[in-house]
Write a protein that binds this ligand. Structure first.
Ligand code: SF4
Ligand code: SF4
Length: 449
């Protein structure tokens, strides 16, 4: 349940070495602008154009962004993060392009380099600004396009690039592949848990993540226990277990597609009706929506975040939990990609109630919950450290306002940012995982069939 902080600090030190492992992109500088523009041209459909046209430059989105709120620096204004895309639109696609070309400067290579820290270090694609915009401008989805353009131009920050290159070439993340998964599986089997691996047919395909294999073993163990407790016909697959998608985070669509297709193929092959995504925020949209788009047709299974799955089981009365948390005051952090983007709010709260915990909502919660500050791969970008710290400091104020003793969440990346921040300021609040709490609350006996 508690994270080994020495192990965690060692992991953080390893992350600092990532830039030295990144392969150079060897991209001719002169081609960068053309590559970025090519992406803009491909992505600029009528939906995106309507968002760009709708912006009235009111600046309200700034007050929604944790980086602006914490710093007060207009540099972090959300709409500013997509300026090159906006400029390309005005010059090349907008109704008044013939006029705009007279006044609007073309995008330069220097612009792309200047926007790299804004697009990668200063935006977690959390979508809070999109939610706040009175015009409904979806800035977060346009930051995704900005990342895709910069990735195409060879401008992914080195730390993130190293992991994207590893996943793209070897299919592993932080060196974790089928062998490391099996070591974790054997450790669970030694504890007496049944872990079905690579089953031919299964109703449920369970994903995991590198973070759970390396750091948060209890999350994996709890997931296994839940599946067995519910008596499900489930499996985990050695070649399709990684939920994290660094192609998505870096903006490299080829790598993103390969990672999600690996899961989709296996889920279809084994006839799964459900794919359970681990506590990893971005894994959820990577499979549930982007995965379906990449597949080209509706997915023949339902992708559920583990918090969503647990909540559904509790609400349906199939998962009964011991009230192990009775009287404990906690607050819940909705991972942005699961909560604000996915609408999964009630399910984790149903689980927390079942556990007997006293839930205290933060001043900004649910749809307006602030990001942990380290999502969308920021925890791999060394130059984003100041921004991650700003995000944590804001979150710390939010948590302390509740009087809760502990913060519960359902995302490994959020946990990493909270743990790093807590370690930095010697914070006295607990940082807990929803699925791990459920694991503690399962009765020892198997359920009556
Ligand atoms: S809140 Fe919306 S309309 Fe206002 S500046 Fe931001 S994106 Fe534009
Ligand atoms: S998506 Fe989140 S981090 Fe990015 S600009 Fe909007 S509020 Fe800020």
């Amino acid at each position: 349940m508690t994270v080994d902080m020495n192990l965690f600090r060692g992991f953080v030190e390893q992350i600092k070495l990532l830039p030295s492992m990144a392969q150079p992109t060897d991209y001719p500088d002169s081609d960068r602008v053309a590559a970025a523009k090519q992406v803009f041209a491909e992505k600029l459909d009528s939906r995106l154009a309507s968002h760009l046209e709708a912006c009235v430059h009111c600046g309200i989105c700034a007050d929604a962004c944790h980086y602006y709120v914490q710093s007060g620096d207009p540099y972090y204004t959300p709409i500013r993060k997509i300026e090159p895309l906006m400029r390309y639109y005005r010059r090349e696609k907008g109704a008044f392009r013939w006029l705009n070309r007279l006044f609007e400067r073309d995008i330069s290579e220097a612009d792309l380099e200047q926007w790299q820290p804004l697009v990668y270090d200063s935006c977690t694609e959390c979508g809070r600004c999109s939610f706040a915009c009175p015009q409904g401008v979806d800035i977060a989805s346009m930051v995704v396009v900005m990342r895709q353009a910069l990735a195409s131009a060879g401008l992914i920050p080195a730390g993130l690039r190293a992991v994207e290159q590893e996943q793209g070439s070897r299919g592993t993340v932080f060196g974790v592949g089928s062998e490391q998964l099996m070591q974790a599986v054997e450790a669970l089997r030694e504890k007496g848990h049944e872990v079905p691996v690579d089953k031919e047919k299964a109703d449920v395909l369970v994903l995991s993540s590198t973070l759970d294999v390396l750091l948060f073993n209890d999350a994996l163990e709890s997931t296994v226990r839940v599946m067995n407790h519910l008596g499900l016909n489930w499996t985990i697959h050695t070649c399709a277990f990684e939920g994290a998608n660094f192609g998505m985070l870096s903006g490299l669509e080829k790598v993103q597609k390969a990672a999600s297709e690996r899961i989709t193929r296996e889920a279809i092959r084994c006839g799964a009706s459900y794919v359970i995504v681990p506590e990893c925020g971005h894994s959820y949209p990577a499979l549930r929506w982007d995965g379906a788009n990449e597949h080209g047709e509706p997915l023949p299974f339902e992708a559920l975040a583990i918090s969503e799955f647990l909540g559904r089981e509790v609400m349906a009365g199939r998962l009964k939990l011991k009230p192990v948390g009775k009287g404990r005051r906690i607050t819940y952090h909705d991972p942005c990609k699961v909560g604000r983007h996915g609408g999964v709010f009630e399910e984790p709260r149903a689980v927390l109630r079942e556990l007997g915990l006293e839930l205290r909502e933060m001043p900004a919660s649910r749809e307006m919950n602030y990001c942990c500050g380290g999502g969308a791969g920021l925890f791999l970008i060394e130059s984003a450290r100041h921004n991650r710290d700003m995000g944590f400091d804001l979150k710390r104020e939010q948590v302390e306002a509740t009087g809760a003793e502990s913060l519960v969440t359902a995302c490994g990346s959020c946990r990493i940012n909270f743990l790093a921040g807590a370690d930095r300021v010697q914070w006295d609040r607990g940082i807990e995982s929803l699925v791990e709490l459920v694991g503690q609350a399962l009765p020892k006996e198997p359920p009556a069939s």
